[in-house]
Design a protein around this ligand. Structure first.
Ligand code: NAD
Length: 296
């Protein structure tokens, strides 16, 4: 039986640490400020943004959501980003996806100044991650949250074999870089990887991170006994319940550690977003935070 990795609990601990640092910052006259741009009325986005606002408020981060109609032009949005870039009260900016089709997401990612790029999507920050740079820069929050979980669970990655499924800029690619930087040997698979190749590679993996958005993609005979299985997938099923990309019931007896869905990676993403916001605020206002404050 695998040990359950309790993302809710780990996220709670991390949020408490964020709150301590936000309190310390406020004693120095700095209130961490997060601006969220929300375009249109996608129901899932509305929920994500509300959850982000609530978690931010509880952690001492001032979050403001700037809402726009789906008819807003790209030029107007870029103008708003420029204003936020220059606003001293704003330390972190994110644009909630998906965006309406007439808006080019890449233009927005590039418009946010790298110093306020809380999602870590700016090509400069992506490049630093890929180049294993040692200075501070923001990293995409979901894969960073996965690394925090692995660290918390004392999963030693050195020399281990890892397989990441999914190659998005949001999860898979930065996950690949982070695991590789931790000295794992990493393979990055995607929708064009033939099923038999995926199966063979998975069977060799000590650590599996799956972010494909395909329910039950990972089954019992894909997994090596004792592997650590991290399920990033969130799939809303017809009856409304959420499922991950792993056949949890089947894999749980084989893995050594496994994340549930919900209650695994999901809560870590928001906690990590707040962690990054506090870091950006400290840097923006030249306040030194205690080294390693977020080690949990
Ligand atoms: P995406 O659609 O951008 O990317 C999906 C990736 O999976 C692609 O690279 C694709 O090639 C790969 N893929 C699709 N089908 C596959 C298959 N059959 N075999 C192998 N690879 C396959 O999605 P994303 O934004 O990276 O998100 C992936 C999943 O993670 C979704 O379910 C999403 O809801 C979830 N997600 C969860 C969190 C969280 O906080 N828990 C955060 C972000 C995304």
């Amino acid at each position: 039986m695998a040990e359950l990795i309790d993302g809710k609990q780990i996220a709670k601990t991390l949020r408490a640490k964020v709150k301590e640092q936000a309190t310390y910052l406020s004693e120095q006259g700095v209130t961490p400020g997060l601006a969220v741009i929300l375009v249109g009325d996608d129901p899932a986005s509305q929920i994500y943004v509300r959850n982000k606002e609530r978690a931010a408020e509880k952690a001492g981060v001032q979050a403001q959501t700037i809402r726009y109609d789906a008819t807003i032009t790209e030029a107007e949005l870029l103008q708003k980003v420029a204003t936020l870039n220059a606003d001293p009260a704003i330390d972190a900016i994110l644009v909630q996806s998906p965006l309406p089709e007439h808006i080019n997401e890449q233009h927005l990612q590039e418009a946010i100044t790298p110093e306020k790029d809380v999602d870590g999507f700016h090509p400069e920050n992506v490049g630093k991650l890929f180049a294993n740079r040692h200075e501070y820069f923001p990293i995409a929050n979901t894969p960073r949250g996965v690394m925090t979980m692995l660290q918390h669970e004392q999963v030693d990655l050195y020399g281990k074999t890892a397989v990441v499924i999914g190659r998005s800029i949001l999860v898979g690619k930065p996950m690949f870089s982070l695991l590789e930087a931790a000295d794992a040997s990493v393979s990055l698979l995607h929708r064009h990887t033939p099923d038999d190749v995926r199966h063979t590679m998975l069977q060799q993996a000590d650590v599996i991170v799956v972010a494909a958005g395909v329910p039950k993609l990972i089954t019992a005979n894909d997994v090596k006994p004792g592997a650590v299985v991290i399920d990033v997938g969130i799939n809303r099923m017809e009856d409304g319940h959420l499922e991950g990309d792993v056949d949890f019931e089947a894999v749980e007896p084989i893995a050594s550690k496994i994340t549930p869905v919900p209650g695994g990676v999901g809560p870590m993403t928001i906690a990590t977003l707040l962690e990054t916001t506090v870091e950006l605020a400290a840097r923006h206002h030249d306040v030194e935070l205690e080294a390693g404050w977020q080690n949990i």
